[in-house]
Write a protein that binds this ligand. Sequence first.
Ligand code: TRP
Length: 338
Amino acid sequence: MPEQSTEIKKKRIFSAIQPTGVFTLGNYIGAIRSWDTLQKEFECIYAIADLHAITVMQEPSALRQNTMRAFALMLACGMDPEKSITFVQSRNPHHAELSWVLSCSTMFGELNRMTQFKDKSAKHSDNINAGLFTYPVLMAADILAYNADLVPIGADQKQHLELARNIAIRFNQRYGDTFTVPDGYFPKQGARLMSLQDPTKKMSKSDENANACVYILDDKDTILRKFRRAVTDSDAEVVFREGKDGINNLMTIYGAVTGKTMEEIEAEFAGKGYGDFKTAVGEAVADHLEPVRTEYARLIADKAYLTQCIDTGSEQAYRITRKTLSKVFRKVGFIDRK
Ligand code: TRP
């Protein structure tokens, strides 16, 4: 970790990513590509949430493999183990320990209101396990164990963060000041990307149509194909205008990856057809994502390095949360540990 003794203490960010998730072009443009700046401004702690992943059925060997992949992808996207703490959740036992204690300061009714629990139980009706229900408590433990100031999350996790705040406040009231009450961190909204197949809908990884969404590890051919098939309109002018949702979306994407303004894009493609434009967007996106793909390929082939990063990061994480755990155990009245 960088020296911080004489500097003003940086705010601490904690976030975690499930090993089942895949990053989309939208995630990349909206958040991931600014991880560089994030790591300069904040003390970042990022985990792969494998404990959360088993709340739904996982094939064990696939989970292990996906955890390594997610970790490699996190590094390929610029999380730097020299600047930040990067680790795997299950490798720090304090998350699960704290989760138990916090579950005794969480009300059944609070958990029962979580919309993600309702959605997931509907989706996995054959496996409504208790972990699925207490999932938000574990997430609160993740965050509070590090006394994180800020938590970058998507809209789907807002309710869970709100609960984490309430648990922290309640615990602090009951036992005296213990936890930092975390805030959400919402970087200024990047471009909002729409589906390539239905540009009135948000680009989403849960879209059934595989051509609707671009993933950051898609190869160049796949990216080109998806853009070539993008739904547009029947006139043939590359201009940003109300009603031209498909073209507006492609122009937004092109602008986001090239830095060009809408006027510059209009000028560049004046008199050219949609075919040329779509190919140009595909090429630009593929070029933009190329460094991540190359770095990912390099990392995933270097298991020894990944394992070493996970070991070191998990050890660093453990050392931070040990302090929180001793404090918590003392406060709730457990017998002192050596
Ligand atoms: N539940 C989060 C998700 O699915 C992942 C996560 C686990 C998380 N623990 C966290 C996010 C702590 C932020 C902070 O996206």
